[in-house]
Design a protein around this ligand. Structure first.
Ligand SMILES: *Cc1c(COP(=O)(O)O)cnc(C)c1O
Length: 230
């Protein structure tokens, strides 16, 4: 299968999931996760019409963005070290991995210095997996007021990476928990939080049924990653 065929297959599964859950066609956006893949491979996806890409490492975004056409959107989906904030902010349409108050404060300060508003999603560790980054749901609520006070951040919603399970039905309650937390924050703080970034290659259909607005799909588009070459 070519990248174009893979993209078509993913789009059709997205459309099916939107349909079965009674959602608007096109209400879930595909973020093509191009981590570890070289620009020549990403170009194929661009040629097939894909414009939104996700990367989990700052260095990869720094290397790839200048080599690609500039009407693409780059989303950072992996943990961001505070000292890399200044480099990455101007290049990213969205940072899905705002995972601590310290990072939020640093990002707010630097976005202010750069005279920009940083578009972010707050990462929540809904499955309580200790190996995962993110606020616990309780901590997210507790800190929400202070996050809202950071005037150079535009918080668009929430993101989660649940504990891995090959069976999407096992993960479904985690996706539902992220949606419920979002709904609660909207009621409690009057916030507008349209974005829910959740779902990967093996479980994006279930994530869409549970309300995902952004699905992060890598291997179903590009194939299996070889981490040895990065
Ligand atoms: C790599 C990655 C993905 C994509 O995973 P696939 O299983 O290849 O679709 C999604 N989200 C995050 C945070 C990732 O690091």
């Amino acid at each position: 299968m070519s990248i174009q065929e893979n993209l078509e297959a993913v789009h059709s599964r997205i459309a099916d999931a939107e349909k079965v859950s009674g959602r608007e066609p096109g209400s879930a956006t595909l973020v093509a996760v191009s981590k570890t893949w070289p620009v020549e491979v990403i170009q194929e996806a661009v040629a097939a019409g894909q414009k939104v890409f996700g990367e989990n490492k700052v260095q990869e975004i720094l290397a790839k963005v200048p080599a690609m056409v500039d009407d693409l959107e780059w989303h950072l989906i992996g943990h961001l070290q505070k000292n890399k904030t200044r480099k990455i902010l101007p290049l990213c349409a969205s940072i899905h991995s705002l995972d601590s108050i310290e990072l939020a404060q640093q990002m707010n300060r630097i976005a202010g210095e750069l005279e920009m508003k940083a578009k972010v999603l707050v990462q929540v560790n809904v499955s309580g997996d200790e190996a995962k980054f993110g606020f616990s749901p309780e901590a997210a609520r507790e800190h929400w007021e202070s996050l809202l006070g950071l005037e150079h951040l535009k918080i668009g919603g929430l993101m989660t990476v649940p504990a891995f399970n090959p069976d999407p039905e096992v993960v479904r309650p985690d996706f539902a928990r992220l949606r419920e937390l979002r709904d609660a924050l909207v009621v409690e703080f009057g916030a507008t939080l349209p974005e829910l970034s959740m779902g990967m290659s093996h479980d994006f259909a279930v994530a869409i049924e549970e309300g995902a607005s952004l699905v992060r799909v890598g291997s179903s588009i590009f194939g299996k990653r070889d981490y040895g070459t990065t």
